[in-house]
Structure formats: structure tokens, C-alpha cells
Ligand binder design. Structure first.
Ligand code: OOB
Length: 524
């Protein structure tokens, strides 16, 4: 028995902005869009590699056939609980096999997973539940270190469980429209509440398969999920889904500290993983003292925030020559350095687009093409609008369908990009515009600095003053030392630091990026 979507679902789902017909036809004709649903990645892997290990966590190992069976039983449980085609269901699970089972079970019954991160709390979850009009949430029990069930109860959100029950009849198979949303990702913005990002079957399958090809993944690879599994990077760039597309194995890690992660890498002979820069730098440092430094990694992807060139070089030397910089966004566009690129390119650029038909524009404040400026993008796997967000969409998308990323980039002659900051990350100090991220790059070039973030704080005379929050490796330096270092870097004389805050660690977002909004609150 097959269930088809009704008019209110599928590509006509209210609040969803589909790809325009003309570009959709071009992407189909070019072969980027295969018409395969995301759920078919598991169906096909279970058929091709039933006995290969699919997913592993601290307590469980499942072959592709076993994972497929567990997903069938979970889908039956969801069906029994009335979850069906088009229903939005929040998923907030820690890294583990249950994440994979839940994701594919929801897809199998035609529901739309909304992939939250374990670090989200009532404010974000309540917002995401409201915007998605979710029917419920899948969460761990109260033993998970935070009482998720209490949070769900407080928000009046129905908790949906997927436990096996004996004797359930199988859920009816659902045949989705490949042009309709498969899942909703959460935007990574460090300003305001997260937005919902509808990724279609067509575009997300392409995202995962093309990334797996670029990264030269094979059945013999072992991919470690070190970041939260619901984030686009470890999920589909190539991540869990890309690994599945070639019958590789995915290992779920729950503790990204070097001690725990190095042990997991050694035990499972992990070959590929993805990290944010702060973690990658920490892993590289830890090679100085951890006895079990990784020897099996052939590809280490680093992205999500700017990687300092000095850290990149250190990572190559300590962890693997197979460093890959990834500049990506849940909204779509992915830029990768390529295996075999020169060290100079690996250290100083954020790669080039995944697809030949990614259309990039770099524009100045007047919207004119410029060598450096805001990056705008459209292409076969970049969204055309946030979900249920008419006002944000008017701001974030150009009339001809380009997504305004808010990222400031420089285009290099070879087509590679360098991310130079966020468009709005500017401190206005006594009338001078200071790019906060530029100062950060110079601070990070100091050998005594572990991490640094520069924020503007209100000042009675200057309007805003420049405050640097710094984590030092050894003994802290003085404000004067930092400004002398900026002198030596040849930075313009009006860009000096007014205030230094020495911190043990910088606040981070749910995926581990430096959270400047929280930092400004903390310092202000
Ligand atoms: C990834 O996705 P999101 O949605 O959490 O965040 C996207 C934003 C980008 O717009 C940019 O501001 C920043 O994160 N970013 C980078 C970067 N990679 C992402 N900034 C500088 N250098 C980089 N390499 O973060 C994401 C999604 C898929 C793959 C990798 C990262």
C-alpha cells in the first residue's frame, strides 16, 4: 500500500518556497537531481551491503540490514502513534544509533524531521516548534544530563517515543515528491532566533552524494560524527548520509574531547571526521600530550567558522596531511578544498564550490560586483526561502533568487574563496569602521593566544569601544602587549584594543562556534 501526499503537503506545502520551474528543469537535465528520496539512501545501502557495519555507538553496532529492520519497527511505532505524511516532528537526540533510526523512521512514514541540536533549550525549541507547527518531539529520557522531558512538558510539546512494541503492523510505505521538503535544518546564525531551512529530497541527496564523491569516500571508510549529528556538516557533507551512499561505516561519538575522541578513532580505525576550528586546534595541541594520537585519519574536514592559517598548518602536521577546509551553510552552498591541493591553498582558503552550477556573486554595499564583499548564491542545493518566514525571506533573498549569506568573502584568481568575515561584524569606534574578524585573525597569529573574539561594547565617548576576549595558552599578556603585536602586524593605527578580558573559555553556540552575542552580553 502506498500513501500519497495531499495538496497541502509535498511541493505545495504552506510556507515552503520551491525551486522555480526553469532552474528545477535545468538541475534535473544536468543530472544533479535524481528524483531519489533521502530515505532511499538506506533502502539502497541495505540492499547492496546488508552485512556491512552501518552505524556504531558506545553500546550498539548495526549492519545495514539491522538498521533497516530497526527503522521498519520504529516506523510502525510512529504510525501507531498517528505520525504520518507531512507531520513535522522535532528531533533532539544525542549522537548515537537512535538518531539514525529516528531520522529514517520519520522519513519512512513521510513525516518531516526538524533537526534540533542537543544544546538548544526551551527558548529555541519553543520557537522552532511554533514556526514548524510540530506535532511532537523525540527526545532522550531524563537521564541525559538535562531533563528534556521536563522541557517538552513545560512547552506543552507532545513527546513521541519510537520504542519497539511486539506485534505492530508495518507502517504503509510513503512515496514522497522528491521536489518537496525532506527535512528541516536549523540555521546556524549567531544573531536572533534560529530559522528553519527546508531541504528537498532532490537537493539533499545531491548534497550528500556529490560531497561523498568529492571526498573520495569508499565502502572502506569509517566516518566519525564528532559534531552534533543534526547539523548539516556531519549529517550530509558528506557525513552520515554520504557514508551511507557508499556503504561506509558511521561511528557516533558523544565526547569530542581529545582523550575520548582519540580512543574512539583508534578503536574503530576512523578515517574521516568533521570538526569546527576550535576543536581541530585543540586536537592538534593535544597530540603533544595524549599518548594515543590518531594514525588512521586520511581526511580531516574543518569548517563552520574561520580557521586561522597557523592552526591549519599545525593540524596538518599533528593530525593528518589530509586537512580539508569546508565553508558551508545549512542554507545550501558548500565550498571545499580538494584532496591534493597545495598546502598553501589548504591553509589559507576556504575552498571552492561543490557544483559547477553553483552561481556565486560577490557584491559591495551598492550591490555591484566586487573582488571582496558579500557573498550571494543560488544553485541546485541552495534554498529559495526559509520555512514560514515571509519577512526574513524578503531580506535574505534577492528578487532573482540569490541567498544573501551575510558572509564577507574574497574571490581568489583560481576560483577559491577566502572568508574575510561577517558583513555585519563591524565595530563603529569614534566614527571609524573596524572589522572585528580582521582583528581576530591578527590576534590569533600571536603564539601565546589560544582563541580570541573581538566585540564592540557601548562607550560614552566613542559610541563603541573595542573589547578583545582572549583565552591565553600560558600566562596572560597585557593589553599593551596585544596592541604592540597589532603594531607589528602592520594594522591601521585606529584599530587598537581598548579593553582586554582574559577568559578561561569563550562561550559557544550549540555546534561549537564562538557565540559573539552571548559574549557581548557577558562582557557588557
Ligand atoms: C555550517 O553551517 P551553519 O548553517 O551552521 O553556519 C553557516 C555559517 C556561514 O554562513 C559562515 O558565516 C560560517 O557559518 N562558516 C564559516 C565557515 N564555514 C561556515 N566561516 C568561515 N570559514 C568557514 N570555513 O557552519 C556548515 C555547514 C556545512 C558544512 C560546514 C559548515
Amino acid at each position: 500500500m502506498y500513501v500519497r501526499s495531499s495538496a497541502s503537503q509535498g511541493v505545495h506545502m504552506h510556507g515552503f518556497v520551491p525551486f522555480p520551474d526553469e532552474r528545477a528543469a535545468a538541475y534535473r537535465a544536468a543530472g544533479y537531481w535524481s528524483g531519489r528520496p533521502v530515505g532511499s539512501l538506506l533502502d539502497d545501502a541495505a540492499a547492496s551491503w546488508p552485512d556491512r557495519p552501518a552505524v556504531i555507538d558506545a553500546t550498539t553496532t548495526m549492519s545495514y540490514a539491522q538498521l533497516d529492520g530497526a527503522v521498519d519497527r520504529a516506523a510502525a511505532a510512529l504510525h501507531r502513534r498517528g505520525v504520518g505524511p507531512g507531520d513535522r516532528v522535532l528531533v533532539q537526540l544525542p549522537n548515537g544509533c537512535a538518531f539514525a533510526v529516528t531520522l529514517f523512521a520519520l522519513l519512512r512514514v513521510g513525516a518531516i524531521p526538524v533537526l534540533c541540536l542537543p544544546g538548544h533549550r526551551a527558548a529555541e525549541i519553543g520557537h522552532l516548534a511554533g514556526v514548524s507547527d510540530a506535532v511532537g518531539i523525540v527526545i532522550p529520557d531524563a537521564t541525559a544530563g538535562f531533563d528534556y522531558p521536563a522541557m517538552a512538558a513545560k512547552l506543552g510539546l507532545r513527546r513521541i517515543t519510537i520504542e519497539d512494541e511486539p506485534g505492530l503492523s508495518p507502517a504503509p510505505q510513503f512515496a514522497p515528491d522528491p521536489a518537496a521538503p525532506a527535512l528541516l535544518l536549523v540555521s546556524g546564525g549567531t544573531t536572533g532566533m534560529p530559522k528553519l531551512i527546508p531541504r528537498t529530497h532532490n537537493d539533499y541527496v545531491y548534497n550528500a552524494i556529490a560531497s561523498a564523491r568529492l571526498c573520495e569516500l569508499t565502502t572502506d571508510d569509517v566516518y566519525l560524527v564528532a559534531l552534533p549529528a543534526g547539523h548539516n556538516f556531519p549529517l550530509a557533507c558528506p557525513g552520515l548520509l554520504g557514508a551511507m551512499s557508499v556503504g561506509a561505516t558511521t561511528v557516533f561519538g558523544t565526547d569530542p574531547s581529545p582523550e575520548a575522541a582519540f580512543a574512539t578513532i583508534a578503536r574503530h580505525r576512523v578515517t574521516v571526521t568533521a570538526l569546527v576550528p576550535a576543536l581541530a586546534a585543540l586536537w592538534a595541541q593535544a597530540c603533544d600530550w595524549e599518548p594515543q594520537r590518531p594514525t588512521t585519519l586520511r581526511l580531516l574536514q574543518v569548517g563552520g567558522a574561520k580557521l586561522a592559517p597557523s592552526d591549519a598548518a599545525r593540524i596538518r602536521e599533528a593530525l593528518t596531511p589530509g586537512l580539508q577546509q569546508v565553508f558551508g551553510m545549512a542554507e545550501g552552498l558548500l565550498c571545499y578544498t580538494r584532496p591534493g591541493d597545495a598546502a598553501e591553498v589548504l591553509d589559507t582558503t576556504q575552498g571552492r564550490p561543490l557544483c559547477d552550477d553553483d552561481e556565486l556573486r560577490v557584491v559591495d554595499e551598492d550591490g555591484m560586483e566586487a573582488p571582496e564583499g558579500e557573498l550571494l548564491v543560488r544553485g541546485p542545493y541552495t534554498i529559495n526561502g526559509y520555512y514560514n518566514a515571509v519577512e526574513a525571506n524578503a531580506r535574505s533573498f534577492s528578487p532573482d533568487g540569490f541567498y544573501r549569506s551575510g558572509d564577507r568573502v574574497r574571490r581568489c584568481a583560481n576560483g577559491y574563496l577566502e572568508v574575510t568575515g561577517r558583513i555585519k561584524d563591524v565595530i563603529v569606534r569614534g566614527g571609524e569602521n573596524i572589522a572585528a574578524d580582521e582583528l581576530e585573525v591578527h590576534l590569533l597569529s600571536h603564539p601565546g593566544i589560544q582563541s580570541a573574539a573581538v566585540v564592540g561594547l557601548p562607550d560614552e565617548y566613542l559610541g563603541e569601544k573595542v573589547c578583545a576576549a582572549v583565552v591565553f595558552i600560558g600566562a596572560p599578556l597585557l593589553l599593551a602587549d596585544l596592541n604592540r603585536h597589532l603594531d607589528e602586524c602592520g594594522v591601521a593605527t585606529h584599530t587598537r584594543i581598548d579593553q582586554l578580558a582574559v577568559l578561561p573559555a569563550l562561550p559557544t553556540t550549540a555546534v561549537g562556534k564562538i557565540d559573539k552575542k552571548a559574549l557581548a552580553r557577558q562582557l557588557g
